[in-house]
Design a binder for this molecule. Structure first.
Ligand SMILES: [Fe+2]
Length: 273
């Protein structure tokens, strides 16, 4: 039927796992941003949520790493992380295999996409769902971009992936919500963890929210690695959503560097009109 919602958010495991260590003011403002996004998602009355997420070596590894992959199952287990660490209990999240199959088939017309009938969620999807669909009652179609193991898909292909997703979202009868989730500048699991390049983040978000395609595609992996760390490669998820929402007005609802969460925590939405 149509794209009825499009949002962007981070998925830092600290958002849930290290909540008590954060300064309450920005933490609670982040949570309020998630709550606003949850209400907007519910108001849109979607039949399914397509989540464009970043690989963390949870499902795919260097023996066989797809550039783009889409889950094609009727349910997904997760998160895989220790609940004592992530503070999210493992659960089963509904999928929609038939919808996934139609999305995969249509995206394949434009972008070579892998599919997987077995897919475990990690914090990259589980943290956003914890805040946005806390009852786990909205079917999810997980999509994945290799942001982890170079060579990474070029940014123009991530944009094209978003465009391909949008074409099929507009063609299926269901009401579809789209969420892109990634950290922007961050240096996870390195001695620099906790470092955040706020200026880089804000400039990148400006380009995303205003769909400045040429300026988005002008980033090189070398620039991103230098300025935004290896975690910054997750920018691809936002580039895909920008490609999927051309013409919409983007709005930044929350951005705040929260070092104990190791990212500039971000909540944004695309006003689809
Ligand atoms: Fe991540």
């Amino acid at each position: 039927m149509a794209l009825v919602f499009a949002g962007l958010c981070g998925h830092g495991p600290g958002f849930t796992g290290r909540a008590e260590l954060a300064d309450p003011e920005p933490r609670d403002a982040l949570y309020a941003g998630f709550e606003r996004l949850r209400l907007a998602l519910e108001d849109a009355k979607p039949d399914a949520l397509v989540v464009v997420a970043a690989e963390h070596f949870a499902n795919f590894f260097m023996d066989n790493m797809p550039a783009f992959a889409i889950g094609m199952a009727d349910s997904y287990e997760g998160p895989i992380e220790d609940p004592d660490w992530l503070k999210i209990e493992p659960t089963s999240v509904p999928g929609n295999k038939d919808l996934s199959r139609r999305i995969v088939s249509a995206v394949m017309q434009d972008v070579d996409v892998a599919y997987a009938e077995e897919w475990k969620f990690d914090h990259g999807i589980a943290v956003p769902l914890h805040f946005l669909t806390p009852r786990y009652d909205l079917p999810v179609v997980p999509a994945n971009i290799n942001c982890q193991g170079p060579p990474l898909p070029p940014l123009h292909r991530c944009w094209a992936f978003g465009e391909a997703l949008r074409r099929v979202i507009d063609a299926v009868p269901e009401r579809i919500a789209l969420l892109g989730t990634g950290g922007i500048s961050h240096w996870p699991a390195t001695p620099d963890s906790g470092k955040i390049n706020e200026a880089w983040d804000r400039e990148f978000l400006e380009r995303v929210l205003n769909h400045r395609r040429d300026e988005l595609l002008a980033y090189t992996d070398e620039d991103v690695y230098r300025d935004a760390g290896q975690g910054g490669f997750e920018m691809r998820t936002y580039v895909a959503v920008a490609g999927a929402t051309q013409g919409a007005e983007g709005e930044l609802w929350f951005y705040e560097p929260i070092p104990v969460f190791a990212v500039g925590a971000t909540i944004a939405a695309m006003n689809l009109g």
